[in-house]
Every structure is written in structure tokens, then in C-alpha cells.
Design a protein around this ligand. Sequence first.
Ligand code: SPV
Ligand code: MN
Length: 622
Amino acid sequence: MNPTPNGMPRDSNAWRLLAATGNDDLISFVEGAVELCRPDSVFVSTGSPEDLEYIRGEALRKGEELRLRTPGHTLHFDSPLDQARARDDTAILVGPGEELPFVRTKPREDGLREVTELLKGSMRGRQMYVGIYSLGPLGSPFSMLAVQITDSAYVMHSENILYRSAYSEAVRAGGGVRYLKFLHSQGELDEMGRSRNISKRRIYIDVEGETVYSVNTQYGGNSMGLKKLALRLTIRRAMREGWLSEHMFLAGVDGPGGRVTYFTGAFPSMSGKTSTAMLGRLLGDDLAYLRWVDGEVRAVNPEAGVFGIIEGINSADDPVIYEVLESPGEVIFSNVLMLSDGGVYWNGKDGPVPDSGINFSGEWHRGKVDQSGKPVPPSHPNARFTVPLRSFRNLDPKYDDPRGVRVDGVIFGSRDPDTAPPLLESFDWSHGVVTIAASLESERTAAVLGKSGEMEFNPMANLDFLSVPLGEYIARYLEFGRRGSPPRIFGVNYFLRGSDGRYLNSKSDKRVWLAWMELRVHDEVEPLRTPIGLLPRYEDLRRLFSSVLAAEYTREAYGEQFAVRVSKYLEKIGRIVRIYSSIGGVPREFFEIMDAQRRRLEALGPVERVSPFEFYRRGPGR
Ligand code: SPV
Ligand code: MN
């Protein structure tokens, strides 16, 4: 089939499937993409088992994925220059005069012109795949319909795993729905099937048209529209409509007496989000939509799978994920080391480092260095696995409930070496939003291109995706909490270091933190009031370390971990207030709360830190 310049042949199956939706906006989007990209043919997926199988087969046949030894396992490689989200090539397209602090923007007309030029004829000789998905459980008031167009079977295969196919829903919904729209092309490929023109990689988010264009890239975070590209669009919808679209996991935590309490948690990429979600009853590991429903905050996961970081996953620390990665079943590995026996290895996997294999850099052997003499690890630090949620044995049956689950706690995690304690609770919603969530700073990791290790301001772990002015986003967050009795807000930091540079906590300590938060939500444990918020008390942690981990917890460990780092906190307040003073639309309440926190800390005197036991003596404080 050769599409005419005027779009798809009317006698094609693809056309019939599209026309059946009766949605003009959807149809003209696909037709426009066909005209622009000039594919040889168009495949519209209905999400049927046959259609899903067809895409799996295409990914293998075209070499976008390689078959591995374990049934259902495949492997995909991205270009060495295309291993993470590309901030510098990503922009939000804005109208005249519109400004978004901290986020790359580009004038809308220029951006559309540029990306249209790059997409022109990009699918010649290829098939175009069209997938329709629901972000969120089918038929849920939380959910939105989205359409992905791509010339990559790997991208469509990934989205078939990560999202709920919704073709029938689209037919039912008809012309009345507004789709989120995504158009992706890998662009020209090199001999290994990787995007060749990485210097012309562009990811442009047209918020006005609720359409995202992505070209000359394959890495999932840049190419899969429904993940982080959709997040830019849904944040805007959420703000308009009074709900929250967040970079958060969603999980249930078991409490006493068979009780399950649900939490969401926002962490910058590679800072413990997935591993925290895995400790509980999993509903989602990356994204959550939160809404007020009948007087309570409820949430769903827009996704149906996990695109997770594989580095460091081993059977002791991450038994649930490890089991999935070692068992037959649908898994796409990306950018790990492929061994000659069809197995894979990733950095930190159980067992010895293999001698050789093939990885994102080509042939690999132990000791390999790159052009600059730097060692090339077996797998890229941002190597990933893509699996359906239903593969996890800790999946919560409510993950697909159209009503979502009631959220009682919201956790914000940072990767902070020297300021935030391992765990704290805010005094209330506003205090948490301002001093924990909006003040989040974290070390940069390999999940975005650039130098790892530098501290970055990352409010709500959502900064990369903020398509709305930060000041307004904060204002909406504060308002959200005033509409009823909101969830508790907690801060966690798994990366606090001692003066010798060593981490003060072990990986398993987060189980104890979760247990404490679960009890706090139900007011079953007393907190310690300090100037920065509510800390756990030593006696309670000692009891929980013993019951949860069968471990001892010493007064010394507690004293060191939970000291209030006064001078560091004051510096942080200075930095954060400077940032928010430089942008518009920040509510006055924000500065008042920061000021009050500063005054409480200053009242402690010119000290570097104060032991938590000091606050026992001072009584409940103010
Ligand atoms: C993250 O980096 O936050 C991810 C993976 O969840 S990506 O799709 O690249 O955003
Ligand atoms: Mn993420």
C-alpha cells in the first residue's frame, strides 16, 4: 500500500479502524502524520492479542530487538549518545510572551517548523504504527485517551507493555474526546539500527495542540510519548482542572491488623523510587494522578508497566524485580550486556562480571575504555527493563480499579548527602509542600544526560516536566490541600552521608521508615517536634528496627542520622528563597512558611547541628 499525498487509502484496514472512532481530531492527526512522514504503510493496533504479537514480531524482524535465551526476553540498544532523557534537545513550545522558568522553551512557530522539517519523509520505506491507549484504568474518571504514532516497533512494543490499549474505548468514546497526541520517528538509522542523527534529536512539546513530536532518538524517555512526554501535557490539564499529575509511585503499605495504607512518592530519577514502591503492594512505580473524590484524595497509575532502572538490581536487595528479570515472560532489556549464551548481565547483577559480550558501545570486554580512557561499564548506568505490572508478585489487585485508591501519605525523596534527615513528616500540608516538596534538591544522576553528582533544584521531582509556571504550580498544590483533609506529607533521604563520606543508612532501612509513616498516618505513634518538622522518636525506631528488620538500632546511629543540621538547613532556605524570589506567581504563604522555618532554626542559636535528643528535653516545642 502506498499512501497518496492526500493521506491514507480509504480502502485500507488502517483507515477503516481509524474511521470507526469517529474522532475527527484523531483522524486528521494520523492523516497529517502520514502526509508528513510518508510511510509505506500504516498499521493501526486494536490491542488484540494478534496485534500485540505482530508488533513483537516486527521488533525482532527489523532487528530493533534481539531475542534472548529466556522465553519472552528481548534486548534493545540505543545509540551511545542516546542513553537518557535529553534535556538540551527537549523544549516546550510556547506562545509569544509566555515564559517558563527552569524549563527549555522555544517559540511555538519556530519549533513546529523545525520539527516538521525533520519529520518530513522520515518514514519512507517503513511502516507507521498507530496505537491508542488509556492513561489510567479503562473507563476511569481519572483517565485520558492518547494516540502514539511511531515508526519504531520497539517503541510500540514498549508502550504495549507500559500502557492499557484502548482501541475499543476509543470507538465507544467517539468524537467527544480530546486525545493527547504523540508523533515519533527514529529518523535515519545506522548500520546497527540506531538513530544516526543524534545531533538533530528534537523532542518538542506543543502544549497548545496537546501534541508532542520526537525525532532522531530511540531512548524510551525521549521516544515513548505516553511516559514523560505525556506528563508535560497532563500537568497542564491537571492544573486547569484542579487535580495533580505527578512523578510519583503508588503503593500500599501493610499495617497492623491486616490494614493497607496507600502512599504516593515523588523521587528524582534513580533515587530510590522504584525500590520503595517494590517494598509495598505495587500499583505504580513512576507516575500517579491524584484527585479529590467524595472528600478524599484518591490516585491511579496512568501506566500498566514498569520502565525501570536495572543497575544494581540483585536478588538480595530487590528480590521481587530480580525474580521477574530471571523468569520467562515479557521483558525488554535495554542497554545491558548481551552474553554469547543469550543471557544478559547488568552492573551489580548477582554473580561475577563476565569477560566479554556486546553492549551499547559495541563489542565489550572487561577493562574496555572509551576514547577518553574512561572505563566502559558492562551496562549503561541508565540501562532499563520494561515489564508489565502484572508480572510482579506484589501487584495490588486495585491497580486497575477505575476508582483508584485512597491516598493517606505523600512521600518526597531526595538524594541529599548533608542536609535532610532520613525521614521526617511535615507539620501540615502547606508546610510539607513548601519546605519539603517545593524545596527538593537532589544530586543529578545518570537518568539525564550531563554530569552526575551535582546538586539540582527539583521541586516535586517534577521540574523536568513542568509545562506550567512553577509559581502557579506551587500555588495549585497549596490550594489542593485546602479542599479537605489532605494526605500527610513526608520527606525521606536514603543518601545522607557521615563526615567520612559513608552512607549513614543501609538500603533496608527504608522498610522501617515506611512502617513509621504507616503508623503516623493513623496517629499510632508520637512524633518528635523539631524546627524542621516531625521526626520519629528513638524508642519507636528501635522497636521498628527490631520488628521489621530484626536489627538493633543504637542511640548513636539515631543521634547521628536525625540530628537537625541547622546551618545546612539555613543555607538551603537561603538558596530556595532566592530561587522563588526570582520568579513570579509564588504565593505569599510560601515565603511566610519559609520565614517561620528560618526563625525556628535561628532560635536554636549559631550552631552547626542539634542532636534529636535535645528536642526531647525541650518538650513539645512550638
Ligand atoms: C525517569 O528518568 O524518571 C524515568 C525514565 O522514569 S524516563 O522515561 O527516561 O523518564
Ligand atoms: Mn521517572
